[in-house]
Write a protein that binds this ligand. Structure first.
Ligand SMILES: [Zn+2]
Length: 337
């Protein structure tokens, strides 16, 4: 297939996968209580981190206590809505919508605004087309034909005073700090919607200089949200091997203090979490390096794709269902170094 054909068939597959007939809506016939959810979690040796990847959604693991902060990680919800476990902070790593239409983004924003999590931080992804304003000016025809969306209206949907009143903050190549609890510690976060070129979607970059320039803007923060994964970490696509960004993994490996948590999505079939230790060979030697050179790495994509998207009885897994659940990350609140 030509690049255009493969891009087009990708869009068409996506559209057909996202139709209600495919069982991805709130009316999915498979109710949570009809599915066995195996328990899958990770715990750090220092016992300051617990990650829950698979759990009973009707009875999620209890919050570990007042001196812990619970992060709920979601991504690639593509205008689907589902029950999210409660926590202190809700993080969404982009692809808020199916195809960047105003009504599709509105569904997600209203759903997130209504969540009880005191802090909610979101970024865009390659499907949230009009949020890449400069690019959309000419690229809209390819995706939206003659029905052009208003970039300014969509930007004000995700980034508004009303949203901030509900604790919902949109980040696009920028940092932010927040307290999850009154009097608690301050967390720093950076959000970036970009990913390596694939099919000419929003926020695509070319490998090499363009990739380096974009990822070099990412500062040392506690939490990093990117839409795309780093190379070799939960980035294996069904077609085409490890498609994550090597500029991003190199940049993170060279940090004196890499992020404690990195959440992304984009490659839905790579959903999962791991504790990644950046080895000394990953980076150049640097004096005064922070002792903790590990990152909780989460591919939080909730929209099912790949072999796990179907249950053995051949029914579809709903968005956020078995194998694609929100990932729960519990951190003991240690004072910043
Ligand atoms: Zn997606």
């Amino acid at each position: 297939m030509s690049p255009f054909q493969s891009w087009f068939s990708n869009i068409m597959n996506f559209k057909s996968d996202s139709s209600p007939e495919a069982g991805q809506s709130a009316h999915d016939p498979v109710a949570p209580n009809e599915v066995q959810y195996p328990s899958e979690s990770l715990k750090s040796e220092s016992e300051d981190t617990i990650v829950h990847i698979s759990y009973d959604p009707l009875n999620p693991p209890p919050h570990p206590g007042a001196n812990w902060t619970r992060f709920i990680c979601i991504s690639d919800t593509h205008s689907s809505t589902f029950n999210i476990p409660h926590g202190d902070v809700l993080l969404h790593s982009g692809d808020l919508s199916k195809m960047g239409r105003e009504d599709q983004i509105k569904i997600t924003v209203e759903w997130l605004r209504a969540q009880p999590h005191p802090v909610k931080i979101i970024i865009a992804g390659n499907h949230d087309l009009p949020l890449h304003q400069e690019w959309y000016k000419s690229a809209y025809r390819m995706f939206h034909g003659t029905k052009k969306e208003s970039c300014s209206r969509i930007r004000s949907l995700v980034d508004s005073k009303l949203n901030r009143k509900h604790g919902l903050v949109y980040l696009q190549d920028e940092s932010h700090t927040f307290q999850a609890k009154e009097g608690g510690r301050t967390w720093s976060i950076y959000g970036s919607p970009w990913q390596p070129y694939y099919g000419g979607w929003a926020f695509n970059y070319m490998p090499g200089d363009e990739a380096d320039a974009l990822v070099s803007k990412i500062p040392e923060v506690d939490i990093l949200l990117t839409h795309g994964p780093p190379h070799m970490l939960l980035d294996e696509a069904l077609s085409g091997g490890h498609v994550g960004c090597s500029s991003l993994s190199t940049h993170l490996s060279r940090m004196a203090k890499p992020p404690r948590l990195h959440v992304f999505g984009h490659i839905h079939e790579g959903h999962g979490a791991l504790m990644h230790s950046w080895s000394p060979s990953d980076s150049e030697p640097s004096a005064g390096r922070h002792p903790s050179r590990s990152t909780i790495t989460v591919n939080a994509a909730n929209y099912p794709m790949g072999p796990k998207a179907r249950l053995p009885n051949n029914t579809s897994v709903p968005c956020g269902g078995l194998g694609f659940q929100p990932v729960i990350v519990d951190f003991l609140d240690v004072t910043e170094a």
